[in-house]
Design a binder for this molecule. Sequence first.
Ligand SMILES: Cc1cc2nc3c(=O)[nH]c(=O)nc-3n(C[C@H](O)[C@H](O)[C@H](O)COP(=O)(O)O)c2cc1C
Length: 402
Amino acid sequence: MALNGKRILLIIGGGIAAYKSLDLIRRLRERGAAVRPIMTAGACEFITPLAVGALAADKVFTELFSREDEQDVGHIRLARDCDLIIVAPATADLMAKMASGLANDLASTVLLATHRKVLLAPAMNPAMWSHKATSRNVAQLRDDGIHFVGPETGEMAESGEAGRGRMSEPLAIVAAAEALLDEAPKPLVGRHAIVTSGPTHEPIDPVRYIANRSSGRQGHAIAAALARLGCSVTLVTGPVTLPDPAGVETKHVETAREMMAAVEAALPADIAVMVAAVADWRTVFDEGHKIKKQANAAPPALQLVENPDILKTIGHHAQRPKLVVGFAAETDDVEQNGRAKLARKGADLIVANDVGHGTGVMGGARNQVHILTPEGTDTWPDLDKDEVAARLAKLIADKLAT
Ligand SMILES: Cc1cc2nc3c(=O)[nH]c(=O)nc-3n(C[C@H](O)[C@H](O)[C@H](O)COP(=O)(O)O)c2cc1C
């Protein structure tokens, strides 16, 4: 609802990802926002002002020295008559101009003249993104209070190119915009939470690994829900296909041991929500080469050793967060097993759920959970994982307030 009735000034830069800004306009308008577009000269090389104007149902602004628009100093009006400015795609060039205060076209002049919040969705070739000059500009812009969403890691539009630099998908940009415009109470401002999410991958050799069916949807949703309440969140995630949540510092790891190290490195924190489905065991193998199938030989025996118990370590840590929340994914005696975990792991609250065959919880969109505390059990109805996350974030905020 945060976008309903809001005025978004959308600046489209000259990158290949400009085509995604057409969908972004639709998504913003679907949520009740009015979109006023500015296109750079570069953007007009990739998509047409006609398409942008038709989707936005508004005039498209392209010129700084426009006699018609500047009769009432139009660039200053554009900079002020909006609730939020989104730059998507934000090119390396536009970011460099912003970082050094240049104002030599309509987009850069408006960006220098505005007092509104500015959200950048960068998009560029990975070499451009990782260039020292771009890193310097990004650091400067963050310091100047500019907000970022993405870029993501993945394949580029140019064939054969991959890495970090893909523009975030329109829905992720919308979520970041909603977070910036959200005027709901922020009870977790000043608090730091560490959230783990996803599975871990335990290597057998360089090509094979042990994993589980966790998708990371629940953990990522909780990280985003805590951030929406004003919390500073460090999300430590195993390998997932989800985008990094908006407004959350995300660390990517593979194994349980890497996750343990990343969680400890993120301490101190007020809140720990350990959602990841961490592999209990890893193999003793640490083969540097692929294990070969041998003719007439027995298959190799997978000898397992125990992984660090992240929840238990944090629950008994010298820097134990004030509130430690664990997840218990069980297939039998869900509540009983969850309750045993509460004491054993040193947690304040366990979210227990049935992940047995046929529940569709692991990897699915919905979850039905029991909230176990020393005081008792609260069973929530079957809910979308985003709704579970929102309720849990609220519960965490209430517990910290008492
Ligand atoms: C085919 C093509 C694709 C490009 N894609 C990008 C891109 O994705 N990101 C970027 O920063 N620059 C990209 N550029 C370079 C920009 O278009 C160029 O820096 C331009 O000056 C940007 O103008 P603007 O920042 O005013 O929009 C691309 C150029 C070409 C020719």
